[in-house]
Design a protein around this ligand. Structure first.
Ligand SMILES: [Zn+2]
Length: 259
């Protein structure tokens, strides 16, 4: 194994993803090769830094606009656009660095050995944000559970439970088909005032019951639990108290009247 081979494998190596033989080969190489050992060390350091800070940073307000403004080409005396000002060059370089940092971060994000929960939480947040961005969070628009439930027939190979919680102030708005990691899931959409709640649900790998776990990601509240052979992930920007109440009601109604 030469230096290039070793350096190509440093990511999976530090994630412990290599088979034992290759792992030991790299370990031996790092004992003897200063350059590769140094690379392995800075990789570990970089990961430490990334792990200790939030991976999600919002660019300060107006920064994009500022970058765009400074990157405008200068009009030449003849009226045509000419070469860019030095400040524009700097801005473009800064933007390039932002993109590069983003790419590096994304690379680490996906090669990071996160827990299953972490990875699901990421996808749940992405699914939620996607549903907020598109004009329609719902493929089937109805507050009637007897309309929403059958809509999933033939779209997913399971029948989600769709409790009616409108008497308690959590209005069913509809449902849609979504994908989390590798599987199609049912997304049930509820509203509490202006707050949208997505409940992602799909069949659990076993019949075990899982109590509610709370997560907080990117400003969203997340609750996940497993009940009667189904997995549930609820996410919203609703406050803790009301989302907990929603989950409690949802559980009561899926327990009392399955279907
Ligand atoms: Zn080497």
């Amino acid at each position: 194994m030469d230096c290039r081979d070793v350096q190509n494998l440093l990511h999976p190596y530090s994630d412990g993803e290599l088979d034992l033989i290759r792992h030991l080969q790299i370990e031996n190489h790092l004992d003897d090769c200063k350059e590769c050992a140094e690379r392995a060390r800075s990789l570990r350091q970089l990961r430490g830094v990334l792990a200790s800070t939030s991976l999600y940073h919002r660019a300060p307000d107006g920064l994009q606009a500022k970058l765009r403004a400074t990157a405008e080409p200068l009009p030449t005396p003849s009226g045509r656009t000419g070469q860019r000002r030095p400040s524009a060059m700097l801005a473009a370089m800064a933007a390039g660095i932002f993109v590069l940092l983003g790419a590096v971060t994304a690379g680490f994000l996906f090669s990071r050995p996160g827990t299953i929960d972490d990875r699901f939480a990421e996808r749940v947040v992405a699914g939620h944000v996607r549903s907020l961005q598109v004009a329609h969070a719902t493929d089937v628009v109805s507050s009637d559970r007897h309309t929403v439930k059958p809509w999933f027939l033939g779209k997913v190979n399971f029948s989600p439970r769709v409790p009616d919680l409108s008497p308690q102030g959590y209005t069913l708005s509809g449902g849609r088909l979504d994908y989390l990691i590798d599987r199609p899931v049912a997304a049930l959409v509820y509203h509490r005032r202006a707050h949208l709640i997505n409940v992602f649900t799909w069949p659990a790998p076993d019949d075990g019951e899982q109590p509610v776990r709370s997560l907080h990601r990117q400003g969203f509240q997340i609750r996940s639990w497993q009940h009667s052979g189904m997995v549930y992930w609820a996410i919203s920007d609703l406050n803790d108290v009301e989302l907990d109440e929603f989950v409690r009601l949802f559980q009561e109604h899926t327990a009392a009247a399955p279907g």
